[in-house]
Unconditional design. Structure first.
Length: 278
């Protein structure tokens, strides 16, 4: 991202990259006085409907597009909520319902803090409706994360990685190229170790790329369930691995398969955050 996270009490924003070379994280945490969930309070808003855990509205001037996106979200949000709740051991987040507003921007999705259930989704963030739905999942799973604990921090690389892989698993293959972070880490020289070390930021595509690959490796190569991976969470991905397997060799085990399939020093054009199983 070009704008760094400021504080944990800021707004988590999911944003696509603006150029092919500069990757932007889907989430930046920041606050704005006079702004409500990513849009100016002066904007007229139309309520679209509600479910057991979600209230959805859209900026009125979006017209039919806003109404269509709102209905698409309302169709799937309870199913996605149930999937996340199961993954997080049955936890029910505080501050429900999720209050979702679809805005006129293209900057992705945001919420006021890791615990914030006020979620803004940019209605022009992508042509694929399932990608818009996945942005909401990425924000909602950060709220589950904050309520669950176990070292999952939405403002750090391990939590940002978890946010992404859960959304990508529910909505497979819908992410645009500028969403993918794995190739950024794979193309780094050298590849930094964000398994034993957690980056205290959620805006760095190198650390995010390492995290999403590691978590997808646990899930789809080693066949641990998301529920088990999340329950094993700790301050680092290495500690999560040890809690799962009893092994202290997370980095070397992960490197072994990655380096075999993606040799060090070679620019990656993987195009997905989940190449597993391999």
């Amino acid at each position: 991202m070009t704008k760094a996270k400021t504080t944990r009490k800021a707004t988590a924003r999911h944003r696509p990259s603006e150029t092919t070379n500069q990757h932007h994280r889907l989430t930046v945490h920041r606050t704005y006085k006079g702004e409500v969930m990513g849009m100016r309070a002066s904007n007229a808003v139309t309520n679209a409907g509600q479910t057991a855990h979600f209230e959805v509205s859209y900026v009125t001037k979006l017209g039919k597009k806003g109404a269509s996106l709102a209905q698409a979200i309302l169709q799937n949000c309870e199913r996605d909520y149930s999937t996340l709740q199961q993954a997080f051991g049955g936890v029910t987040p505080h501050r429900l319902p999720f209050v979702v507003q679809i805005t006129t921007d293209n900057s992705g999705a945001s919420h006021s803090s890791c615990l914030g259930t006020d979620i803004s989704v940019g209605g022009k963030s992508g042509a694929n409706i399932d990608f818009i739905r996945s942005l909401l999942v990425a924000e909602a799973d950060e709220v589950f994360m904050a309520n669950f604990g176990h070292g999952w921090d939405c403002g750090a690389s391990n939590g940002e990685g978890l946010s992404r892989v859960l959304a990508n698993d529910i909505y497979k293959g819908v992410e645009p190229k500028n969403f993918v972070s794995s190739d950024v880490w794979l193309s780094s020289r050298p590849r930094p170790n964000f398994v034993d070390h957690t980056a205290p930021t959620d805006t760095d595509y190198i650390s995010i790329g390492c995290s999403v690959l590691f978590l997808n490796w646990l899930r789809f190569q080693l066949n641990h369930s998301w529920a088990d991976i999340i329950a094993a969470g700790s301050g680092t991905l290495a500690k999560t691995y040890k809690n799962l397997t009893g092994k202290s060799t997370a980095w070397s085990d992960f490197q072994a398969i990655i380096n075999t399939h993606f040799p060090v020093g070679k620019k990656s054009t993987l195009g997905t955050d989940n190449p597993f199983p391999m």
